[in-house]
Design a protein around this ligand. Structure first.
Ligand code: EPZ
Length: 420
């Protein structure tokens, strides 16, 4: 088990680049299953979750060539088959393989997809959507079986989500891409990663129109090869911005799209975090005094659940009482227990709500990176601590989503080492 060791450092400074969006890249790699020629994807981060989805597709005959952040994908030797159950159970995003595999081969079987321990993560919205699309869906002995009967294939259909789901919306888009019938979605997710997937599919020849949370998709049996540059990772960008604000550093974060972070920037303004924004950068300046704030997570364009944990650290440095409300996942406040160990004053009233009393100096301690975003959060906490060494166990949780994180942090002055 690898760990990160962090020592208090002088202020961080300089420039930190943002890499491509994990949650867009994975869906486009799944989307390559729909295309017969070569898919070329740029800005693909080299992280564990991407390596796992690649491994799953390799086992189905897909070949990959990586050159830096460029990934070339050939599906010439793709054969019908089910994704490797062990790998599927290790990565939640593997659920988006159902759409392309079902559309291409009319059947697919897989176990419950794994992922972070941030609460119950059922896939009932996916199952219901595929049933609306005409698939027979069964669940036996921990496996889901999807079968698309020949007779139903051409019927136009409307999928109405009672609650928004990012990957369920993406699954329907990926499924619809190869279908010549009209598929409409109501109450679709509009996260920038979903919009980027739509751009990718449009380049392949799929007709997709958007009207608020309504989408209409008309696919084609033969899609064209695609070359696409994945959007920058807004969660990584936001994490670095929060790191700068929490450590009272002056930091330029480059290669991002500020419009994807409007909600965070609005909160920054209200808290007194000083920043400048440009076309593709954010410059966070040292802010004299931060004010407490209430945060409630919501689907995009609301405050992103993936930035709730990093924001929790920043709020320990803000004067007054801040309230956190996690509306997306049922168990995403566990990292607060680790912040308490480091000296933060926090009252956790339920698995979804907490109050943070600040400002409070944090001290280094031995802490657990409980999942991907909580892990990145504790890096921020360790770098914010005034005294003592911070040891974060399970560095691999952080490697799932952040490429060469210690190198990028060392380059801006952080005293961080990876140890075995
Ligand atoms: C995506 O997860 C992201 N993952 C998550 O990022 C992100 O936090 C989340 O969207 C919200 O933005 C990927 O894109 C791979 P949902 P997803 O379906 O699609 C419940 C990260 O760290 N729900 O929108 O799984 C669900 O339990 C990850 O990068 C059902 O009840 O999220 C949750 O409470 C973490 N039944 C809520 O809906 C379902 O069938 C929203 O989930 C599906 C979801």
């Amino acid at each position: 088990m690898a760990k990160f060791k962090i020592l208090p450092a002088k202020k961080l400074s300089g420039v930190i680049p943002v890499y491509g969006a994990k949650n867009a890249a994975i869906k486009m790699i799944a989307g390559s299953l729909l295309l017969k020629g070569e898919t070329i994807l740029d800005n693909i981060p080299d992280i564990l979750d991407i390596q796992k989805i690649i491994r799953i597709l390799e086992k189905l005959g897909v070949s990959f060539h990586r050159d830096g952040h460029r990934l070339k994908i050939s599906t010439q030797n793709l054969r019908p088959g089910d994704p490797d159950p062990k790998l599927v159970s290790e990565i939640r995003a593997s659920v988006v393989l159902v759409g392309p595999l079902l559309s291409r081969f009319s059947s697919v079987n897989l176990p419950h997809p794994g992922g972070c321990t941030i609460g119950q993560r059922p896939i009932d919205r996916h199952l219901q959507a595929f049933r609306h699309l005409g698939a027979d869906v069964d669940e036996t002995k921990g496996y889901y079986h999807f079968q698309m009967p020949e007779t139903i294939k051409n019927r136009p259909v409307k999928v109405k989500f009672s609650e928004i789901s990012v990957t369920a919306t993406e699954n329907v888009l990926l499924f619809g891409a190869l279908q010549e019938r009209l598929i409409e979605i109501e109450n679709a997710a509009l996260e920038p990663e979903v919009i980027d997937l739509i751009e990718f599919l449009k380049k392949a020849g799929v007709e997709i129109s958007l009207n608020g949370r309504r989408m209409a998709i008309r696919g084609r049996r033969n899609l064209s090869p695609v070359k696409h540059r994945v959007i920058p990772d807004r969660i990584e960008a936001g994490t670095f911005a929060i790191l700068a604000a929490a450590t009272k550093s002056s930091l330029k974060i480059i290669g991002l799209i500020p419009e994807h972070l409007e909600n965070l920037l609005d909160k920054f303004q209200k808290m007194g975090v000083q920043f400048e924004r440009g076309g593709d950068f954010l410059y966070i300046k040292k802010s004299p005094r931060l004010k407490a704030l209430d945060i409630a997570t919501a689907p995009f364009p609301g405050f992103p659940t993936d930035l709730q944990p990093p924001m929790g650290v920043l709020l320990t440095q803000a004067a007054g009482i801040s309230r956190l409300k996690e509306n997306i996942f049922s168990n995403r406040l566990e990292y607060l227990g680790e912040l308490q160990k480091m000296g933060a004053r926090i009252k956790i009233s339920s698995s979804r709500e907490a109050k943070i009393y600040g400002p409070k100096e944090l001290n280094g301690d031995k802490i657990e990176s409980l999942d991907l975003r909580a892990g990145a959060t504790l890096l921020i906490a360790g770098l914010t601590a005034k005294y003592g060494e911070t040891v974060i166990n399970h560095a691999e949780n952080i490697d799932r989503g952040y490429e060469k994180i210690e190198e990028r942090l060392q380059n801006i002055g952080a005293n961080i080492q990876r140890v075995q």
